[in-house]
Design a protein around this ligand. Structure first.
Ligand code: 5GP
Length: 194
């Protein structure tokens, strides 16, 4: 059986990665989305095992010590990581696995899986990103400021990814991602502006 493929989707907090992911999975149920573990508290509506596995810091540290995470990072005061076993199992079975992770984790994945396809989602502008983060209203002012600071660093690293997609219009952004995923023989465009 053909070996699977690893797809890394990264972009600043508030850029709409989660929404894009959900739309992509609805259109392509054959894709496998890795569910991360995190020490962050659940937001209203988030479900353990669907959005994340919500764990304590001690549980997270234990997973790190046991090499149960493929990559992990600290982000805005919380820890996030990709459980190793399910991803390796899916790849072995020839599945395409999608990781929706931040920059430090993406870099770790590119080191261990040089063939992984990196997609970076950009906001139309930093002002628009701030607006979206504040509109979400699920974080404290302090957390929003931390996320915005981090967003600047992440956007500065967009060139480390195979492609960049600007998320202005969700449908168009999704079309661009699909074009890259499902027409792999096409040369990869430098930047995909939508
Ligand atoms: P949020 O708290 O908004 O759900 O996620 C914060 C950031 O952590 C987002 O950029 C998200 O992509 C990233 N993230 C989610 N899961 C993981 C993971 O398993 N590993 C890493 N490195 N980042 C993750």
């Amino acid at each position: 059986m053909a070996r699977g493929k690893l797809i890394v989707l990264t972009g600043p907090s508030g850029v709409g990665k989660g929404t894009l992911m959900r739309m992509l999975l609805r259109r392509h149920p054959e894709l496998y989305l890795s569910i991360s573990v995190t020490t962050r508290t659940p937001r209203p509506g988030e479900i353990h095992g669907r959005d994340y596995y919500f764990v304590s810091r001690a549980e997270f540290d234990q997973m790190v010590a046991n090499h149960q995470l493929l990559e992990w990072a600290e982000f805005a005061g919380n820890c996030y990581g990709t459980p190793r076993q399910p991803v390796e199992d899916q790849i072995r079975q020839g599945k395409w696995v999608v990781l929706e992770i931040e920059l430090q984790g993406a870099r770790q994945i590119f080191q261990s899986f040089p063939d992984a396809l990196g997609i970076f989602i950009l906001p139309p502008s930093m002002m628009e990103l701030e607006h979206r983060l504040r509109h979400r209203a699920s974080e404290s002012e302090e957390a929003i400021v931390r996320r915005l600071e981090r967003a600047k660093t992440e956007v500065g690293a967009a060139n480390e990814f195979d492609i960049r997609v600007i998320n202005d219009d969700l449908e168009l952004a999704l079309d661009q991602i699909e074009a890259v995923l499902f027409a792999p023989k096409e040369p990869l465009p430098e930047t995909v502006a939508v």
